[in-house]
Design a protein around this ligand. Structure first.
Ligand code: ADE
Ligand code: ZN
Length: 345
């Protein structure tokens, strides 16, 4: 799967990485809103941003500081039209910068306490439909539990998701600070989601804990793991995840920030089904083309390994079987044409 990348860092690999068609399954809507859109909406709603004139409104100094900023970005979205505009702008950026064709986007219902769940989802569906019409990108939604809240708030969120079903909402996720929200707290919410046919994923092991990954797999019944880097500290757990073919949504920039060293290459080498994603692309800032090229150049992945990461993503989507088969076929022929157009180094 990995081999020494003779062209790592070259313009050729950069172009190939950028032009590959991609899916995105680990991207938080609030962290994907282009900064100009964020500023416009905050001005329209009279909600101040934390930076002063001339400073980058998306600057942050640590993970905890990032999470505070994330909450402030959430706070500016107040109306159905705000959600529509935010998701449309995020999807436009994803399409243009990363050639993303299909996205499953996290949003954070409990981080908008003054906006009813139905208003949030309706606005997001409006924006998704407009983006599909104008740009060709298909997107689906994953309401995500804020794990720093009590278990009852997570259960309540799942009850709302179940009570207001929309076809675009495929399952639930869980994010925010792992240190403040152990996975075992959320067993009831995850069981309820499973009983109602919702898919399940969760952030785990983002800062290196193998135990959080183990509990997330064993007790929450997840279909995917977001990040999951800590699994490398438990070879037995790696073996179990490989045997099960459990998908991992890796994010190159965030993995380097959180782990302080490259880890995605090692996860791929261990046989884990890793896809490459962008997490909070507008805030970081990054894009999916950059994430793919970053992995290739720092982790010695060649073109074939990048293609494998794309296809790992396709297989890990929560599309139904026939839609997934159609996406797979489309990607295979596009990638074949791209390889012919850009002969390998
Ligand atoms: N929310 C947005 N980005 C996140 C991340 N990388 N980890 C946890 N929660 C998040
Ligand atoms: Zn994330």
């Amino acid at each position: 799967m990995t081999s020494p990348a003779s062209g790592a860092g070259s313009a050729g690999l950069d172009v190939f990485a950028r032009r590959l068609p991609k899916v995105e399954m680990h991207c938080h809507l609030p962290g994907a809103i282009p900064v100009e859109t964020y500023l416009d909406i905050s001005r329209a709603n009279g909600i101040p941003v934390r930076s002063t004139a001339g400073e980058d409104p998306y600057a942050f100094t640590s993970f905890e500081d990032f999470l505070e900023l994330y909450g402030m970005i959430c706070a500016v979205l107040r109306t159905r039209a705000d959600f529509e505009r935010a998701v449309y702008a995020a999807l436009e950026r994803q399409t243009r910068t990363g050639n993303v064709r299909y996205a499953e986007l996290f949003f954070s219902p409990t981080d908008h306490p003054s906006v009813p769940y139905a208003t949030q989802v309706d606005g997001l569906v409006d924006g998704i439909r407009a983006a599909e019409h104008d740009l060709g990108i298909v997107a689906r939604l994953i309401p995500s539990i804020n794990r720093t809240l009590p278990a009852a708030a997570a259960v309540e969120m799942v009850e709302e998701v179940v009570a207001y079903r929309r076809d675009e909402v495929l399952g639930i996720g869980m994010d925010n600070n792992e240190a403040l929200g152990p996975p075992a707290r959320f067993v009831e919410a995850y069981r309820m989601a499973g009983r109602h046919g919702l898919k399940r994923t969760a952030h785990a092991g983002e800062r290196g804990s193998a135990e959080e990954v183990a509990v997330t797999i064993d007790e929450l019944g997840v279909d995917r793991i977001d990040h999951g880097y800590g699994i490398l500290n438990d070879p037995e757990l790696v073996k179990r995840a490989v045997d099960r073919g459990l998908p991992f949504t890796g994010c190159w920039t965030v993995s380097l920030i959180q782990m302080g060293r490259p880890v995605l290459g090692r996860m791929i080498e261990a046989g884990l089904r890793v896809s490459i994603n962008s997490d909070d692309p507008a805030v970081i800032p990054t894009d999916l083309g950059r994430e793919f090229h970053g992995v290739a150049s720092t982790e010695n992945l060649d073109r074939q390994a990048l293609v494998q990461c794309v296809m790992n993503g396709v297989e890990a989507t929560w599309l139904d079987d026939s839609d997934r088969r159609a996406l797979r076929g489309r990607f295979e022929s596009e990638i074949h044409a791209l390889q012919a157009e850009l002969p390998g180094e």
